[in-house]
Write a protein that binds this ligand. Structure first.
Ligand code: DLL
Length: 429
C-alpha cells in the first residue's frame, strides 16, 4: 500500500475525519464562493448547521450547469495567483469545465493517484508508460504525478503515434501501462498489425479508465496483453483520475474517503439511496483549496457496496464499476438503452472487434443501428451475414429491441478525440 495508515484506517475514524473536513469545507465555500453563500442563505443554512455527516443532505446539489454558468473561474475559492496548474474537460457537451489547482491540490492528487496505482501493483521497479495526450485533459498528468510519487520510471509517451508507442514498449521494456480504456485495445490491435503479439511484450499490468469500461472489455485487454487490468475512476471536477480504483480483488473500486465524501442518490428524487441500490454518484471534495465542490452531481451511475471490509485490507468503501452516464442513456421506442449493455453483448462474440458505435436515426420511427468492426478482416458474405445474425440476437436478448447491424472492417470506424464516442444521435429532435 502507498499509505497503509490511511488506507486501513478504521471506518469510525474515517467518518470522524470526514466530519471534521466536511465542516471545514462548508465554512470555506460559504466564505469564499459567492454561489454557495447565495444558495445556503436562500435555504437558510449556515455552516454551523452541519453537525453530523447526515446533515449533508440539507445542502443543495451542484450541477454541471451551475459550473458552466460560472466558468472559467467563478467557482474558485482562492485567487488565481495561488494556483499553479489548470485543467479542463473537453467541452464536447458544452462549455469546458475549468479547474485550477493550488500546489496543495496537486499534492493531494498525486497522493490519491499513487494509492490507486500502488493498489494495482505499481512499484519503483516498474517502467511506466503513459500513452495519454498531455494537455488540459487530466488523464496524463494524474497518472504521471502518481507514478512519480511511487518512484517508477515514467515514459511520458503522451500522444505519440501508436506504432511508436509499441516500439517504445519494446525498446525500453515497459512493464506497466496506463491509458484510456478503448485506446489500449486499439494499441493491442496496432501491435498485431505490426506483427507483434502484445502478450509477448513485457507489459504485465495496467490501469485504465476515463470511459465506459465493461468487464467484457477488461477481459479482452487482459487476454490480448496478458496483463492484470485495473479500473480507475475520476473526473476533472474532482481532480481527474484518482477518486477510486479497483484492488486485486477486482470487485468494486475503493474511493478515498478522506478526500471525497461520496453519496449515491436517486437521480430523479435526489434522495440518498441505501447501499447496493444503484443511482447517481454525488461527490463533495473534503480537502480541495482551489475549486472545492459540494454535492457535485457526477451523472455517473453506480452503487455503493454494503460490505465494510475488503480482503485487500483497505477500509475505504467501494462503489461498483460505472454502469454509464445518465446522459448517455438513450430511449428508443420507449426502451432505455445504455451503451454498456451493447458493449457487454458485443464482447461475448469472439469475431466482433472492440471498436463499435450506436447510431440513432429517425426513419418513420426511431431506429438503432449498431456498427461493429470485426476483429479480423472477413470477406465472405455468408460469414458476415452469420455474424450479423449472432450480434443482433445477442443484443436483442439484452435490450428487447432488434437493432440493425452493420459489420465494418477492422480500423474503419473513425476515432476522434481522446475517448471513444459510442453514441451518435442523428434523430430529428
Ligand atoms: O476522464 C479522468 C480520468 C482520466 C479518469 C483517466 C480515469 C482515467 P473527465 O474527462 O472529466 O475526466 O471525464 C470524467 O469520465 O464522469 C465518467 O463519466 C467517465 N469515467 C472516468 N473514469 C471512468 C471509469 C476523466 N473508470 C467522466 N469507468 C466521468 C467509467 C469513467 N467511466
Amino acid at each position: 500500500m502507498f499509505d497503509p495508515k490511511i488506507e486501513t484506517l478504521p471506518q469510525t475514524n474515517i467518518q470522524k475525519l470526514q466530519l471534521k473536513r466536511l465542516k471545514q469545507t462548508i465554512s470555506y465555500v460559504y466564505g469564499n464562493i459567492p454561489f454557495y453563500k447565495e444558495k445556503f442563505d436562500a435555504l437558510k443554512i449556515h455552516p454551523n448547521d452541519i453537525k453530523n455527516l447526515g446533515d449533508i443532505q440539507k445542502l443543495p446539489f451542484t450541477a454541471k450547469d451551475d459550473l458552466r454558468q460560472h466558468m472559467p473561474f467563478g467557482f474558485m475559492a482562492t485567487s488565481l495567483q495561488k494556483c499553479c496548474e489548470l485543467h479542463s474537460s473537453s467541452g464536447t457537451t458544452g462549455t469546458p469545465i475549468t479547474v485550477c489547482y493550488t500546489p496543495h491540490d496537486i499534492e493531494v492528487w498525486a497522493n490519491v493517484m499513487a494509492r490507486c496505482l500502488s493498489m494495482s501493483g505499481l512499484t519503483a521497479n516498474d517502467i511506466f508508460q503513459n500513452p495519454i495526450p498531455y494537455g488540459t485533459f487530466t488523464g496524463a498528468f494524474g497518472f504521471h504525478y502518481g507514478a512519480q510519487k511511487i518512484g517508477s520510471l515514467v515514459i511520458p509517451s503522451g500522444k505519440d503515434q501508436s506504432e511508436r508507442q509499441i516500439k517504445l514498449m519494446q525498446y525500453y521494456g515497459t512493464t506497466f501501462l496506463s491509458g484510456v480504456a478503448s485506446y489500449i485495445q486499439y494499441l493491442g490491435q496496432k501491435a498485431m498489425d505490426m506483427g507483434i503479439d502484445p502478450s509477448q511484450l513485457s507489459v504485465r499490468n495496467g490501469m485504465f479508465g476515463a470511459e465506459l469500461f465493461t468487464s467484457g472489455m477488461k477481459g479482452r485487454i487482459n487476454k490480448m496483453w496478458n496483463m492484470d487490468v485495473h479500473d480507475v475512476y475520476g473526473l476533472t471536477e474532482m481532480c481527474g483520475p484518482g477518486v477510486s480504483a479497483d484492488c486485486d480483488m477486482h470487485d468494486g473500486l475503493h474511493f478515498w474517503e478522506d478526500h471525497f465524501l461520496v453519496e449515491c442518490i436517486d437521480p430523479l428524487s435526489g434522495d440518498q439511496l441505501e447501499a447496493e441500490e444503484e443511482g447517481e454518484l454525488v461527490i463533495t471534495t473534503l480537502t480541495k483549496e482551489g475549486m472545492p465542490l459540494v454535492r457535485y452531481r457526477t451523472r455517473d451511475l453506480a452503487f455503493i457496496y454494503d460490505t465494510q471490509k475488503c480482503d485487500c485490507g483497505r477500509t475505504h468503501r467501494k462503489h461498483s464499476v460505472i454502469k454509464g452516464r445518465s446522459d448517455d442513456m438513450v430511449i428508443i421506442k420507449g426502451t432505455n438503452i445504455f451503451p454498456g449493455q451493447i458493449e457487454s453483448a458485443l464482447m461475448k462474440i469472439p469475431q466482433a472487434g472492440s471498436n463499435w458505435r450506436m447510431i440513432l436515426t429517425t426513419d418513420t420511427i426511431d431506429q438503432l443501428v449498431v456498427e461493429v468492426e470485426t476483429k479480423n478482416k472477413i470477406t465472405s458474405q455468408k460469414k458476415i451475414a452469420e455474424l450479423q445474425r449472432m450480434i443482433r440476437e445477442e443484443i436483442r436478448s439484452v435490450i428487447s429491441l432488434t437493432p440493425r447491424i452493420q459489420i465494418k472492417p477492422p480500423g474503419s470506424i473513425p476515432q476522434q478525440g481522446i475517448k471513444a464516442k459510442r453514441v451518435i444521435d442523428q434523430r430529428k429532435k
